[in-house]
Design a protein around this ligand. Sequence first.
Ligand SMILES: [Zn+2]
Length: 175
Amino acid sequence: MLDRLPHLIDPISFADKQRTLQGQIPLTKLSRLADVLLHNNGQVEIDLSFSKEGRLSVVRGTIRANLDLECRTCLEALVLPVDIQVNLAVVKSMEQAERLSGEYEPLMIEDEKIPLHELVEDELLLVLPDFPRHAEECKPYKHSTEEIKPAANNVQQSQSNNPFSVLAKLKNIGD
Ligand SMILES: [Zn+2]
C-alpha cells in the first residue's frame, strides 16, 4: 500500500526533492466538481511527479477518473472517462506565467503550500464539457416530450424519428 496522499503540498519543495505522489482521492472531497456530477462515489487516480526543469519547478503525470455526468440531450447518466496528461510549471505571477513555453500550463501559487485536491479538481474542471452528451446516439427518450427540450439542432431529427408522426400518417391514410 502506498503512503497516504498529503492534504497540503509544497510544489517547489517537492520539485527539489523529486517527489512522486501516487494514490486516490475520493470524489467526495472535490466539492466544486460535485455540483455537476450525478454520483460522486468514485475515486480520482493520480500519479504526479515533481521535478526541476532548469529553474522551473514542474509537475508531470496523469489524473484519471470516470465521471458520472448527466447527458444534456436525454438526461440519462453518462460516464465520461477522463485521462489528463499533467504538464504544469509553478509560477508566482502573471508575468512568469506569460513567459512559460507552450509546453507547460501555469500552476499559480500564492502561498508555499496548496491543497492537493484543489490542484486535481482544477485540472478536472478544465476538461469538463459545457454540454455533456452521449458520443453515440442517446437511448430512446423515457420521458414525455413535454419534459424534454432538446437542443435546437436536434429538434428536427427527433421529430422525424418520432413514432407518433408515423402513426398519425397511417391514421390519415385509414381515413
Ligand atoms: Zn444521451
